[in-house]
Design a protein. Sequence first.
Lengths: 276, 312
Amino acid sequence: MLKHTAADAGLDQRSRDLRRTMVRILAAARRGHFASALSVVEILRVLYDDVLRYNAKDPEWTGRDRCILSKGHGCLALYVMLADKGFFPKAELWQFCRPESILGGHPEVKVPGVEASTGSLGHGLAIGIGMALAARIQRSDYRVFTIIGDGESNEGSIWEGAMCAAKHELSNLTVVVDYNKQQSYGPTSAVLNLEPLAAKWQSFGFAVAESDGHDVAALRRTFSHTPIVRGRPSCIICHTVKGRGIPLVESDPSWHHKSRVTDEEIHSLQEAVGSE
Amino acid sequence: MRQTCLDMVYELAKGDERIVFIGSDLGPGVLQNFKEEMPDRFFMEGICEANIVGMAAGLAMEGMIPYVNTIATFLSRRCYDQIAVDLCLHNVNVRLIGNGGGLVYAPLGPTHEAIEDIAILRALPNMTIVVPADAAEMRRFMPLTVGHEGPVYIRVAKGHDPIVTSDNLPFEIGRAVPIRNGADALLVTTGITLKIAQDAAEDLAREGIDCGILHVPTVKPLDCRAVLQHAAAVPVVVTVEEHSVTGGLGSAVAEVIAESGFDPGKQFKRIGIPDMFPDAYGTQADLLARFAITAEATCRWIRELRTVALPV
């Protein structure tokens, strides 16, 4: 298996900066679903940098594209993106999981820019379908993106939603799968195999594209071609690496979620991302 | 009552473009008029309650008002997490119409009998639970669902239930309805048990026992003030519901009076389905009789409790 480091050619300065901010959050809060967040960084970065329509100063602007992080445990990456875009002050990041913070271990709608409170898996697709149907009824041209995890794809509700979205030919809906191939207990192939994943989504009626989920240029190209086929919902399967960018995290499944990150671990993470 | 409820959804939708209807896999021809006249707001989505409830939440987040309809057990048990998170946590304007609350589906067995729907939904913050007594009350109630803030669970009875409420009684969500006053005992009801209480009160009146009735169509939020006010005046309080005695109307009333300094000399009884799954088939009436949710059993309890209660 290929090993990457934060300094490798695959991650540019912006991706490294985003990870550095995530490590700073971890240093403050000492907890989080860190590895799950690292795998979705480039997906969120490309969506918020290049794809989504929004106004950070008016998060509820009706013309905005809706982006739901259905795998809510990846919220560290989302919070960093939203702060980066000015939805809320960066200082809020260092309050992660503190009693007075708006930023919890799973994202809630009280956070400016968060479309749906998620954390219980398998909910975001159905909510996204409702939003996409509302756009059709109200003749609005916003688009809906729902980012789901691979472990999350164990949930039956994902496949209920897949049938439903295809039935309604929701061109304005894109499902983005963060396919890092690891879930909490171990490899998805062992816990509950999803393969053939692309064929599954195709057979459910989606137009499917696949991309390297850390290759920013490839993600831009893929997202720029949605809907992939008019009259069908799109599914973009992003092949990612859980913990991507920090070798220590990539190689150790216990980083799926940690509630007591030690000084030593923080030091190692800071070294890996080049923090002071 | 069920037909009235769906007819009202159609009527309300004609006047309000925010209203959509979502069914699962209902009988052929259900709301055909809605489907034909407002096809973009009519959805029949198949047997996937989790998806349907989440989809309704998404529609509501965009300003629509979805009315979701299927069998009550599937609309409560099956998709509880979606109700909790998508509807209640987000506090969105989705209306759940649960067919066959209680023992309506007696011949179909315990998978279809909604004996704990009120209990489990009552535990969810932001949820409103309304159990009309008859079609007339449903008709008065439904227009209020359009403007109500937050999710609403509408528990629907069998249909063709006797009309026992009066149009002189305006419906207000969250407000209990005093049906009759009585100095000797108070019966507290929700849904079709109002009729049982009325029959019991009339029988008892012939014996000289003066029994009041407080009808509670809104189980949540409970009209605590009305419950306490009416309970304070009598030595015996009995709740009657077509629901498990665990967590339903009886529990809600018990919670309120237990925390109110309820006179220990008073007697309190919950009439309802015991803590078990229904173990027989037959009709709704058969099962109500089996679980002693009848006017006769209610009279027996009142008579017995009066003998041990101390005067107010």
